[in-house]
Design a protein around this ligand. Structure first.
Ligand code: ATP
Ligand code: MG
Length: 570
């Protein structure tokens, strides 16, 4: 059994709705700006795994480039050696590729530009537009002023150009310890926009870099490296999230004064916020390091790798990003929309199968002992191409413990003593006896089947009110099934933690993972391909986990069948 791969008609890959970003790019192209070229970049810092928020940025960066006949670079913004690692670089590449985007040979690193960036800094110093400041970090902060008060100029601001050049060269040469000096742009300490109050461009960090090793001990700040990296690569449209609106004048200042040949422009869009979810890499790292989750790819994590392991598809994530859209105003998206997209996609592609999570044995006393038969079942009700499979049936069947009640209330239509129900695509069966142990606990059920109902329908047209999933006891394979709930108990974990001055981890949902070890699955699920996705009849969508061992498959519940998402809600 394998997934149905026909692209769904409403996967709108390649035909994105117009938004303000696409309007801007279309106008630039129409006006012949940059010679009509469109070059974008996705610029992750390799200090953590990518999450669903990054997926939104990736879809925007790559798709806009594709839509306008341009290209998108993958650029690692690796300017902070202390927090970065190759493990993150590798995971980011895996995730972007898995999401369906290709950067060909355009894999760039800000660290590859260190020599050029250094040259631009020297040029600023020569123009009298940058200086070496010897205040320490606290003093710099104290001089910066506030939103209502202007900043104060550093006593080192008037250093002669020659002295700045000498000190900056010696910073690079490793003559000074961390924090002894910084290089700052000389802009305006009274600027209403605090970002423009002589921002730091370089700091000293005697640290090993995952790519440049010990070559450098001064590292450029993001605000300096980013616009220049964009310019070096010929990026035309540099998309980032709204926090960077205040940084745009600095971006433009650096491009103007460094005299780069290319003149990229920055545009800001609203970041993705999801309820019940955190998206700060720092906080996600904390969950990993403190072992609140099994790792970055724990299926409860909002990371791309966690979602992939959980069984989400790239198509569903892309569709989600399309539906969220690109706006200029922050909002919070209901995680139900993401689950809705996953459910829709899996409904189309996932083959059906039967699994019983909490088995209860039903012995069919009129079925011949030692006998079994193969029943034909369709793998997908709406996709004939998905084919059929054979599922064994025999005298002893497992049904779901929850599907039986000895003393059923009015609205309970499933199995009960004396009642007839359908076993999916098999037979109508009737429960005739309840077997209990000495303690009075239910041990198994006895019943009969109607041999005339093979396939599940009675020739006399009599109806039953319930259809149950089942597996043949002697053929079933043991399985472990992992059920997931939301990782946090509250809609806004960050906000709630801040309000209560509590650790975020106090808001973790203790019931976010339930491991069901006694599951039984039909034999076709015995050795599933890694990542294979199924709809377990009546239970939800499940994906085979990489922890599966021979003879003991492990499945993650991706999403339940029930869709709580109401279209129209945000
Ligand atoms: P950090 O706090 O480490 O800076 P970051 O989430 O900004 O985290 P980056 O690696 O710098 O991480 O992000 C890469 C790109 O993804 C940036 O362009 C950033 O604007 C974008 N991005 C990050 N988070 C979101 C989000 N929630 N929604 C949309 N885009 C995002
Ligand atoms: Mg960032």
């Amino acid at each position: 059994m394998s997934e149905v791969n026909t692209p769904a008609p409403d996967v709108r890959d390649g035909a994105e709705p117009r938004d303000f970003i696409r309007e801007i790019v279309a106008a630039d192209v129409a006006a012949g700006k940059n010679g009509g070229a469109v070059v974008t970049r996705f610029p992750p810092e390799p200090n953590g795994y990518l999450h669903i928020g990054h997926a939104k940025a990736i879809c925007l960066d790559f798709r806009v480039a594709n839509e306008f006949g341009g290209h998108c670079n993958l650029r690692f913004d690796d300017t902070n050696p202390v927090k970065e690692d190759v493990e993150y670089v590798d995971s980011i590449k895996d995730d972007v590729r898995w999401l369906g985007f290709e950067w060909d040979d355009r894999e760039y690193y800000a660290s590859d530009y260190y020599e050029q960036l250094y040259g631009f800094a020297v040029r600023l110093i020569e123009k009298g537009l940058a200086y070496v400041d010897s205040l320490n970090a606290d003093e710099i902060r104290a001089h910066r002023g506030t939103l209502t008060e202007p900043g104060k100029e550093s006593p080192f601001r008037a250093r002669p150009i020659a002295e700045n050049l000498d000190l900056f060269a010696r910073m690079r040469a490793g003559e000074f310890p961390d924090g002894a000096h910084v290089l700052r742009a000389k802009i305006d300490m009274r600027a209403p926009n605090i970002t423009m109050r002589d921002p730091v461009l370089y700091r000293i960090r005697h640290a090993h870099h995952h790519r440049t090793g010990g070559t450098w001990c001064i590292y450029p700040m993001y605000d300096f490296a980013h616009p220049l990296s964009d310019a070096i690569e010929g990026v035309t449209h540099s998309f980032c999230t709204l926090e960077y609106v205040d940084h745009r004048p600095l971006y433009d200042w650096i491009i103007t004064h460094c005299g780069t040949p290319a003149t990229p422009r920055q545009y800001e869009f609203a970041r993705l916020n999801l309820n019940y979810t955190i998206m700060s890499k720092r906080k996600l790292l904390q969950l990993v390091e403190q072992k609140h989750v099994g790792g970055w790819d724990d299926p409860r994590m909002p990371t791309i790798s966690g979602m992939r392991r959980r069984g989400y598809t790239a198509e569903a994530i892309r569709e989600f990003c399309t539906r969220v859209g690109i706006a200029k105003k922050e909002n919070i998206i209901d995680i139900g929309l993401l689950e809705h997209c996953v459910r829709e996609d899996l409904n189309r592609r996932a083959p059906r199968a039967m699994a019983v999570l909490r088995p209860l044995k039903l012995v069919l006393t009129n079925y011949p002992e030692g006998h079994s038969e193969q029943l034909e079942m369709v793998n997908h009700p709406d996709q004939p191409d998905a084919g059929r499979r054979r599922v064994p049936f025999s005298r002893e069947i497992y049904i779901e413990r929850d599907d039986f009640l000895e003393d059923p209330p009015k609205k309970f239509f499933r199995l009960a003593p004396g009642r007839e129900v359908r076993l999916r695509s098999a037979y109508l069966v009737t429960c005739t006896e309840v077997v209990k142990n000495a303690a009075g606990e239910l041990v198994e059920l006895r019943g009969t089947y109607d041999p005339a109902t093979r396939g599940g329908d009675a020739p006399d047209g009599r109806k039953v009110k319930a259809t149950l999933h089942w597996v043949s006891a002697s053929h079933a394979v043991d399985a472990e099934v992992r059920l997931y709930e939301r990782l946090f108990t509250v809609e806004d974990p960050d906000g709630a933690a801040a309000k209560a001055s509590a650790e975020l981890t106090t808001l973790l949902n203790p019931a976010s993972l339930e491991v069901v070890t006694g599951g039984k699955v039909e034999p076709s699920l015995g050795t599933p391909a890694a990542g294979a996705r199924y709809q377990f009849e009546r239970l939800g969508y499940f994906a085979a986990d990489r922890d599966s061992r021979d003879g003991m498959p492990v499945f993650n519940r991706t999403v339940s069948l029930k869709d709580g998402f109401k279209s129209g809600t945000p």
